[in-house]
Write a protein that binds this ligand. Structure first.
Ligand SMILES: [Zn+2]
Length: 172
């Protein structure tokens, strides 16, 4: 077996997390194996450290990295309680509104690869807030809708991470 890339330790063990098989260094915890598996598990660990629902964490991270955007809440959704995932955010200033346009365009472009129709709702709490969430026809979504929406979250995070680097993304 190959030694650990990070520390050179030779005790590298096969592990499985959430259906992803990887190799984990017994000494330093570094992961190796398939790129997608390693990235998924590292994201889940980071989410746990940040205290955020793991499935939605990638989306929250992508939104938080945008200038002028502040994420105020992030929910990964719950099948048994039929709660859809959503990420609530504020536009801190005019830059945030430019990002809103970017986000809406990104959702439009990635719509074909999503199971649900994702949208940005406008809401008012103590100030103007926006909610990234899937659109459903009823106030009580089916468990299956929640499952589909949760399945979309990693795709959404990847689409955002990709789009912010593209030339059409306006930089405020
Ligand atoms: Zn190691």
């Amino acid at each position: 077996m190959e030694p650990c890339n990070e520390c050179g330790n030779t005790a590298v063990l096969p592990k499985s997390y959430g259906g992803h098989s990887v190799l984990e260094c017994d000494l330093c915890g570094a992961l190796s194996g398939g790129h997608t598996s390693v990235a998924t598990i590292e994201l889940a660990r980071e989410a746990q450290q940040e205290g955020v629902d793991a499935p939605a964490y990638g989306v929250q991270r992508a939104l938080s990295s945008l200038d002028g955007v502040k994420v105020v809440d992030c929910q990964g959704g719950c099948r048994s309680r039929r709660k859809l995932p959503n990420v609530r955010f504020q536009a801190l200033d005019s830059r945030g509104f430019v990002q809103l346009e970017n986000l809406a365009k990104s959702l439009r472009l990635s719509a074909g690869s999503m199971s649900m129709a994702w949208t940005i709702e406008v809401d008012f709490q103590s100030g103007l807030e926006f909610v990234l969430t899937p659109r459903v026809a009823t106030s009580r979504p089916r468990e299956a809708d929640v499952a589909l929406a949760q399945g979309d979250l990693p795709l959404l995070a990847r689409a955002l991470d990709r789009d912010v680097r593209l030339s059409w993304w306006r930089r405020p």
